[in-house]
Design a binder for this molecule. Structure first.
Ligand SMILES: NC(=O)c1ccc[n+]([C@@H]2O[C@H](COP(=O)([O-])OP(=O)(O)OC[C@H]3O[C@@H](n4cnc5c(N)ncnc54)[C@H](O)[C@@H]3O)[C@@H](O)[C@H]2O)c1
Length: 719
């Protein structure tokens, strides 16, 4: 089996790399002796991260080995030689201050340990890409001699300097500066990694990190600035700021973004290339700004002391220019900025410490829409003719899965991989779905039990169907897919689904219909009662999703759902609207033409409605009641019945409708009234009166009249 060797597998970056490559199907060999506990004390131990790997990663083997011990490393590399597909070297002594306490330990781990890992790779896995986490401290304190200006909350570089726009690039000299003992040992390692590439021709990559952060960071005072700051804020502990008036600026990159950069390099490695890799202009923050942000997230004042002396070799302002990496790997993009990094950290730390102070995510919920524009079709040559489409259903909706799928296949020549996130669909119904699609060849179907994802995360919401939250878990359920189209089961296609799937999402996590013609009393109103700008939202019945991005939000979805469970009106649609407000691409109205709010849409956009109806792409009977299988007279109901009649569920759906109508009409007594010939039905403004000899005996609304059994059950009356 293809194997990745990861040193420092218990640490922040090594740990995330282990999970990431494991998910991609690799066997992981982790090397970590928990020396972090030796450096920074028990509270910084990474042992529990290793325990988690052992528990959760099926193909994970751990070696509690010191990377300074070459004899033990030989055993490991020998054992796996021939199957090593990559080496990710993250084990290190990572702190300036600690290094000065024991310079030879620091040098032993950082420089000699790196040489050992390189040499093992050269001898036992020459062709494997070797990824090394270096640091921006290799530039020593040279960045401090840049022309800096003091602003109210931060230091900034002078606007006229070439580094102003994008930050510090790789041309900055490593010479003639004070590095700190840590910086010097990292320089040695950094140069050696480059040398193994340049001299021996190995595929080695150096990533000079800014501040690396992420959910599993075990921050301590000496290392992990944001994590430790958040830890102190939540624990109400005093925090010491070392020098520069708290205005020192760091660029922060989330482990998710860094690991994605590693993945790009892994798939297209270079020989001995070094890259600056931090949050860049996209994600940087000063201490004071970070404190302000954390205070607002926790709604509290932090307790900190401003010390005059800075740490030796510490940077005043550092922002990485990542252009070189982006030039070599144009596909790589950031998912996180400082705001999101901090929100995630505060939420995690509160959970860890059992503190309920986190005030919720500061998404732009309820603030209305910033127009991101409509998703346009990709150039034709980029269209995929085989793609995944996801639906979610329990057993009672199985027949509508069949109708939606049938209509898709009737209108496309593309090969469609259907994934059904199911909750207990019977094997009989699964067979009937396949039978219904029997005449088509261009499809495959896989059922994925969604309850296992939902239930372990929603222990408290036990009375809701897991299907109601299925959209949260599509990323987990389909780890190998990048882009999927999600559809509700109350949709019938008239156009080619390939046109919808192959829209350009323009790097947004989702594309959805923005319902700017109707305001719902949804969760945003509860969250932002003072806002007067219109509580619009997007509809989640038709969603294009970039799963690499969506996956990073799973925890957030769950956190918000549990937090607002009593306010949620439209289940996950409410939550998705909070998370992706202002961060989605719009779908044209034709790609989610909803019957449930047709009147509002027609009123707002009469021409558009006319255009869509002339050339229908799909029809979506959104809403609880206005479904062709619940009523006789539903707009475009005949489209549904035309398809339903071609599936093996036809009889069942017809009897379903009969039952629904009977139930409703029975309630009002209309079932009988409709059948007495002498009763006259007189239409008024918005209501219908039932009269006998001119005397009104019942009055019902027009809607109730339409719903009622007035047209009988025959197919001829299907509207
Ligand atoms: N975190 C940051 O802000 C940051 C910034 C720039 C560069 N870096 C570099 O990135 C790399 C990873 O950083 P991190 O934040 O994941 O660090 P981390 O401390 O979380 O993880 C490093 C892991 O290496 C292990 N380790 C240390 N010495 C070892 C040894 N001799 N043998 C085996 N295992 C050993 C530790 O126990 C720890 O689990 C390091 O090389 C670090 O210098 C980190």
């Amino acid at each position: 089996m293809k194997t990745i060797i990861i040193s420092g597998a218990g640490g922040l970056i090594g740990g995330e790399a282990a999970k990431f490559w494991h998910e991609k199907g690799y066997n992981i060999v982790g090397i970590d002796n928990d020396m972090r506990a030796y450096f920074f004390g028990k509270e910084a131990s990474t042992g529990k991260n290793v325990d988690e790997h052992r528990k959760n990663l099926k193909n994970y083997q751990h070696f509690q080995t010191d990377i300074r011990d070459i004899a033990l490393l030989v055993r490991i590399f020998k054992e796996y030689s021939g199957e090593i597909a990559g080496v990710i070297h993250t084990a290190a002594q990572p702190s300036h201050d600690w290094a000065a306490r024991e310079p030879s330990t620091d040098f032993g781990v950082n420089a000699v340990g790196t040489l050992n890992m390189l040499e093992m790779t050269r001898l036992y896995a020459f062709d494997a890409p070797f990824i090394f986490t270096s640091t921006n401290k290799v530039y020593g304190d040279t960045p401090n001699s840049l022309p800096l200006v003091e602003l109210e909350t931060r230091w900034e570089i002078d606007k006229t300097h070439p580094y102003f726009e994008k930050g510090i690039d790789e041309t900055m000299s490593l010479d003639n500066s004070k590095h700190s003992i840590f910086g010097a040992s990292k320089v040695a390692a950094d140069i050696m990694v480059q040398e193994y590439g340049k001299y021996f021709g190995m595929k080695t990559g150096v990533f000079r990190g800014g501040c690396l952060t992420g959910p599993t960071h075990c921050g301590t005072e000496l290392h992990g600035f944001l994590a430790y700051l958040v830890h102190c804020a939540v624990a109400k502990k005093e925090y010491n700021i070392f020098g520069y008036k708290g205005k020192q600026v760091r660029d922060n990159i989330h482990s998710h973004d860094l690991i994605n950069a590693f993945w790009c390099f892994f798939n297209d490695p270079k020989e001995g290339e070094a890259y600056n890799m931090g949050g860049s202009r996209h994600s940087n923050i000063s201490m004071l700004e970070a404190i302000q942000k954390i205070e607002s997230l926790l709604d509290c004042k932090m307790n900190y002391t401003m010390l005059n002396d800075p740490r030796i070799g510490d940077h005043i302002w550092y922002v990485s220019d990542v252009t070189k990496f982006q030039r070599d790997y144009p596909m790589w993009k950031y998912e996180y900025d400082c705001g999101r990094i901090l929100e995630e950290m505060v939420a995690n730390e509160c959970e860890k410490q059992g503190n309920s102070g986190f005030k919720g995510y500061s998404f732009n919920a309820g603030r209305g829409k910033k127009d991101q524009g409509f998703a346009k079709p990709l150039p034709r040559e980029q269209w995929l003719d085989r793609f995944p489409v996801v639906l979610a259903s329990n057993d009672s909706y199985a027949s509508f899965v069949a109708t939606t799928l049938y209509s898709i296949l009737e209108n496309t020549e593309s090969f469609v991989e259907f994934y059904i996130l199911e909750d207990a669909i019977t094997s009989r119904n699964k067979k009937k779905i396949s039978e219904s699609l029997g005449k088509f060849k261009n499809w495959s179907i896989e059922y994925i039990d969604v309850s296992k994802y939902a239930i372990e995360r929603f222990p408290d919401i036990d009375n809701r169907s897991p299907v109601a939250f299925a959209r949260y878990f599509i990323g987990d359920a389909l780890p190998d897919k990048e882009k999927v189209l999600y559809l509700d089961c109350d949709i019938i296609f008239c156009g080619d689904i390939a046109e919808l799937y192959n829209l350009d999402m323009d790097n947004y996590p989702i594309a959805a219909l923005w319902e700017d013609f109707i305001e719902y009393a949804n969760i945003k109103k509860n969250l932002y009662p003072e806002y007067k700008g219109g509580y619009f939202s997007f509809n989640t019945g038709v969603l294009l999703m970039d799963l690499n991005k969506i996956k990073t939000y799973t925890k957030t979805f769950v956190e918000l759902t549990l937090r607002f469970q009593n306010l949620l009106k439209y289940s996950d649609q409410d939550v998705l609207n909070i998370v992706f407000d202002n961060n989605f691409k719009r779908l044209d109205y034709r790609y989610n033409f909803q019957i449930g709010n047709f009147n509002e849409f027609k009123k707002a956009y009469p021409n558009k409605a006319g255009e869509i109806m002339k050339n229908l792409f799909l029809v979506h009977w959104s809403g609880m009641e206005i479904k062709p299988w619940k009523q006789n007279r539903v707009l475009y109901g005949y489209l549904f019945w035309n398809v339903a009649a071609k599936t093996v569920f036809y009889k069942k759906i017809k009897s379903m409708r009969k039952k629904y109508i009977k139930k409703r009409t029975d309630k009002k007594g209309l079932y009988f009234l409709n059948r007495i010939p002498v009763i006259e039905k007189v239409r008024g403004e918005g209501f219908v009166s039932y009269k006998i000899f001119g005397i009104t005996i019942a009055k019902i609304t027009r809607q109730e009249y339409i719903w009622s059994d007035i047209y009988g059950y025959s197919d001829a009356n299907m509207y």
